[in-house]
Design a protein around this ligand. Sequence first.
Ligand code: GCU
Length: 415
Amino acid sequence: MKRMLWLLLCVNLLAAEEFNYDEAKVPPYELPLLLMDSAGKSVTSAEAWQAMRREEIHQLLESEMFGKAPARPKLRLVVVEEATLAFDGKAMRKQVRVAMGEADNAPFLDVLVYTPVGVKKVPVIFGLNFLGNHTVQNDPQIRTSKSWVKMGEFPQATRSEEVPRGQDASKWQVAAAIARGYGVVTAYYGDIDPDFDDQWKNGVHALNPNVEGTRDGQTWGSLAAWAWGMSLVMDYLETEPLVDADAVAVQGFSRLGKAALWAAACDQRFAVVISQQSGAGGAALNKRIYGETVGRLNQSFPHWFCGNFKRYSENEKAMAFDSHFLLSLVAPRPLLVTSAVGDQWADPRGEFLAAGLVGPVYALFGKQGLMAKEMPLPLQLVDSQVGYFLHPGKHDVTAEDWKAYADFCDKHLKK
Ligand code: GCU
């Protein structure tokens, strides 16, 4: 046992050595310009951005990073629980099964909706969860999922339903959001695509044998599949009377933050975007080679991005894009980027810098980009149209983050 622990410690130390956490060792890097199109022409108006440059950037990220998603199927919605009082009468809970297609055996995801009592058409914060809907609150009425669950998060479990209720409740401050007038909507990411490399057989991949059978470097990976699933939820929310579909803030933590950014890039119905410690492959500038690298992403999670993204492993210099391109696709919508002091793996400074870089695109729309030249102190929300927030702890979602979400949405999301 002791030898085993010793070995583990050595492996961890070696791994820590491999990655850069020293600002002085960030190599010089050159970032491609947002407002210069591929023909070398400057983009000087919101119209030119929307009509041409935005599409160019979207296509670049689609073919080199996330991959192309197939069209979304026609949904079949089944209300599995009508709106019912929850939280000692302080909220309404509703659950709707979203079948991905009209066939009886179409795969499905269950959407859990909490809204404040007595109001309709409320603004909501929507994000996918990591362990299953029943883990976001200790509420016995939440449906469980039989889908695969990530080992390690809760070591005894192999399926979502085996994880205890409320296991991730601290990451989902539903009561606080409700008290601030926001609904909370969530669905389980494993219902869309289980998060392991299975050669594209499970989850939504099974739905699209033609796409998977002719796979190339540009075919979608799991991040694009989760983003696609978020748009399916949005398709449903457009039909949901409790929710104001014009006031949906899409939120995502960590890998789901990467997915939320891509969802917002592909689907402009998301009114506000909240990237919570999305790190490498998300909001952080990859060319800084600080913390997690592209090579490490591709090695640990070969199924997340499309095949072409492998070209950039240990080769960030060759990228004709970086995370500011991804963030720019949110413009002119409000964007909140959050980081954690203790999450250097996700490169908080790289996330802050990328948020600052999209200012010129927002300026085309007469909107204020990030109103901070230096990183703010922890817990001080920068609430400009591109916002930034840093929490003092580790890789996590905290009550302070939810307070920042509500403060940011109070300012920017239609109420
Ligand atoms: C790993 C991974 C990150 C990812 C994170 C998460 O740490 O390296 O890229 O964001 O998992 O999703 O929790």
